[in-house]
Design a protein around this ligand. Structure first.
Ligand SMILES: Cc1cc2nc3c(=O)[nH]c(=O)nc-3n(C[C@H](O)[C@H](O)[C@H](O)COP(=O)(O)OP(=O)(O)OC[C@H]3O[C@@H](n4cnc5c(N)ncnc54)[C@H](O)[C@@H]3O)c2cc1C
Length: 376
């Protein structure tokens, strides 16, 4: 007998949404993803990932099939670029039976009506589903339906300037081995994380790699408020896009580079902050969930739990969310209402995710105290 699966609509087709879709569809549970952007090219730079956990979740081994370009980070962790991982997941999702991917389709709101979820799109149309899974990031629309009394993420007190730089744009290759892992340094109230990553084409050849930096800066509250990235209650409601980073800010950062960051990273960071283009300034958003589900609606990934990149765990936690939820859906008793299953998902994930956000807050407090110690 064929099991009748619930209609599942996933809001957000980035790392969490695509991972969940692959996890579900590969276990025989079809899903429909709606994503507001066209194929994304920007979203992040460097990710340390657990290849075995991703392979177990999506039922496809990135170490073997259409290999994901990686370098070793530490222990069993690897580093990859956000564009490479996103491209790998999206390409698999596009060819996987059971996944319908609709891009350029923004969701305006989600609500429960009885045991169904109603999704209203920005173009005024609407649809219903047995279950809606919000994978729509730190400023989630779906979260407003799950936690209407606590819909926004809080500002952790600092931002991260981040960019990927082509090694070929530099005067000389970076003197850092491909197997060198992450380089982390604190200096004068700032923190820098840097690494050498595979090139855009996956190459590990010296001169064709990419260099990543994440420069943590706790002195930009005024800029974030002025540009509308923070609301009056210090919730994060936006990110500094390339055009919001003025020439004045770039010059200020550029002048700091030789005073703060040593070789082999000086030129790459200076190039990254000076050259207009892909640098972003992301205010760090933290969100400690009280709930992960309400009726036929649930949240996963950054929509469910906002943590600092210092934890190195944002996407890793989304992978665990996807594994747990997809496995429950695949093993669901046909008589169990989707809302009950989503409650079980919440019970399974809430304690860990709340603990992780506490850990993130401790790291953020340590960093903001360190910044304050330099400001006098
Ligand atoms: C500098 C930095 C370093 C990091 N390093 C690591 C690391 O080493 N390891 C790790 O595990 N994690 C790391 N992270 C965290 C990781 O990048 C995030 O946890 C992860 O990318 C979140 O993915 P997501 O899909 O949940 O959210 P997002 O990437 O925010 O995706 C949300 C998607 O939803 C779509 N969307 C939003 N609203 C709507 C709407 N209304 N309708 C339709 N679509 C919508 C968006 O367009 C987007 O595609 C790092 C983060 C940063 C900033």
């Amino acid at each position: 007998m064929t099991v009748k699966h619930p209609d599942i609509l996933v809001v957000g087709g980035s790392l969490a949404g695509l991972t969940f879709a692959l996890a579900s569809a590969s276990r025989g549970v079809p899903v429909r993803i709606v994503e507001r952007a066209e194929r994304r090219t920007l979203g992040g730079d460097n990710l340390n990932i657990d290849l075995a956990a991703i392979a177990r979740t999506v039922n496809c081994d990135l170490r073997v099939e259409a290999k994901l370009p990686v370098v070793r980070a530490f222990r069993d962790r690897h580093l990859t670029t956000w564009p490479a991982l996103y491209g790998w997941l999206r390409d698999r999702a596009a060819e996987m039976p059971g996944i319908t991917l609709e891009e350029s389709h923004a969701v305006a709101s989600v609500a429960a009506e009885g045991d169904r979820a109603i999704v209203t799109f920005a173009d005024g149309t609407s649809t219903t589903a047995d279950a809606v899974i919000g994978a729509d990031g730190y400023h989630s629309v779906v979260r407003r339906a799950v936690a209407p009394d606590q819909p926004l993420a809080s500002y952790a007190g600092y931002l991260v300037w981040r960019r990927l730089v082509e090694e070929s744009a530099l005067s000389a290759p970076i003197a850092w081995p491909t197997e060198g892992g992450l380089w982390i340094m604190l200096e004068q109230g700032y923190r820098l994380v840097a690494a050498v990553l595979p090139g855009r084409d996956g190459s590990l050849e010296i001169g064709r790699r990419q260099v990543t930096f994440a420069w943590f800066d706790g002195r930009r509250d005024e800029l974030l408020r002025r540009t509308g990235c923070l609301d009056s209650d210090r919730h994060v409601v936006g990110t500094l896009s390339a055009h919001a980073i003025t020439a004045e800010v770039r010059e200020e950062l550029s002048a700091l580079v030789p005073r703060l960051w040593p070789e082999p990273w000086t030129e790459a960071v200076a190039y990254g902050v000076r050259t207009p283009g892909a640098m972003r300034g992301a205010p760090i958003a933290e969100y400690k969930p009280e709930r992960l589900a309400a009726g036929p609606i649930a949240i996963i990934g950054d929509a469910a739990h906002g943590v600092s990149p210092m934890t190195g765990s944002g996407y890793a936690t989304a992978v665990d969310d996807a594994f747990v939820l997809a496995t429950m859906l695949a093993e669901r008793d046909a008589a169990e209402p989707p809302a009950d299953l989503l409650k079980r998902y919440e019970r399974a994930r809430l304690p860990y995710t709340r603990g992780l956000v506490d850990h993130s807050r401790r790291l953020s407090a340590d960093f903001t105290h360190y910044v304050a110690s330099w400001l006098g």
